[in-house]
Design a protein around this ligand. Structure first.
Ligand code: PLP
Length: 285
């Protein structure tokens, strides 16, 4: 079965799904995106993802391509046409098509909307989580507004490639003061020596992860404590546990940081329990 994409009002086989060469997403990376998990053919945490999309759009002064209920319907239709049971749905919105000029196009230029979906192998992902993953660290080299989920991901592409070349699954950015900001495609967490969950507080220097936000509810339900503060690479390497969160990886235990084992080098009990209970707290529909 050919995959189907939604492109500016039409559902098309991927081979025919194209955007204009003067789309500002292609010319300037002038656009934003969202990634939402699909589980049991249902959307996971869609209202929170769509709220973040709305914020990213308004921070960049890009018009919303359609109302939230209409967009939700397009997401559901794309999932259904691709017969996705477990997978992901991607939304990309750009400032539209216009003759190349850095400044905004004329008022009334319609934003472009693309929605695609793909399957995920949940069994393979559970196996990865059971083993845990390695991360490397790199100097933070992204722009100063990474709280906006922009499609401009070149530093993230280079960081992920560096991780892959070193046998790791994720790269953590480290700011000039020596503190971890976040991963190239995930938020970063540790369990401190005194058993608290530690993650950087929200600001312009990290993406406000939806998985991160739902995890606060899971943590509360498990009677655990959270501290929103930065941590160094050394603290993470000496922590009881470490993990990353994202819609694609959920709660993924980290077992090595720059080649040094975290804890006993195996996934920690807390990360494993948070992963197990995650969907009981997520909005699925
Ligand atoms: N930080 C970055 C840079 C990301 O790209 C992502 C997800 O892709 C996240 C954090 C985690 O966000 P979420 O939990 O909403 O997937």
């Amino acid at each position: 079965m050919s995959r189907i994409a939604y492109v500016n009002g039409r559902y098309l086989p991927h081979g025919d799904a194209v955007v204009h060469i003067e789309d500002r997403g292609y010319q300037f990376a002038d656009g934003v995106y969202e990634v939402c998990e699909v589980r049991g053919a249902k959307l996971v945490d869609a209202p929170r993802h769509l709220a973040r999309l709305g914020r990213s759009l308004s921070e960049l002064k890009i018009a919303a391509p359609m109302s939230l209920p209409a967009l939700t319907a397009v997401l559901r239709e794309t999932v259904s046409r691709n017969r996705i049971v477990n997978g992901l749905v991607y939304i990309q919105v750009t400032r539209g098509v216009a003759r190349r000029d850095h400044a905004f196009p004329p008022q009334g230029t319609a934003p472009s909307l693309v929605v695609t979906a793909r399957r995920l192998d949940f069994v393979a992902n559970e196996k990865i989580a059971a083993d845990g993953v390695a991360v490397i660290t790199l100097p933070e080299d992204r722009w100063a507004r990474v709280d906006i989920k922009s499609v401009s991901l070149l530093p993230n592409v280079l960081a992920k490639q560096a991780a892959r070349e070193q046998g790791a699954r994720e790269a953590w950015y480290v700011d000039v003061a020596g503190y971890v900001t976040e991963g190239a495609a995930s938020n970063a967490w540790i369990v401190s020596r005194d058993g608290k969950l530690v993650t950087r507080k929200l600001g312009r220097d990290i993406l406000p992860g939806i998985t991160r936000s739902v995890l606060f509810d899971v943590i509360k339900a498990q009677g655990l404590q959270v501290e929103e503060r930065p941590f160094t690479v050394e603290e993470a390497q000496g922590a009881r546990e470490a993990f990353i969160t994202s819609a694609t990886q959920l709660v993924m235990p980290v077992v090595r940081i720059d080649g040094r084992p975290v804890g006993n080098g195996a996934p920690g009990l807390i990360a494993t329990a948070l992963r197990r209970d995650y969907h009981a707290h997520a909005a699925i529909g």
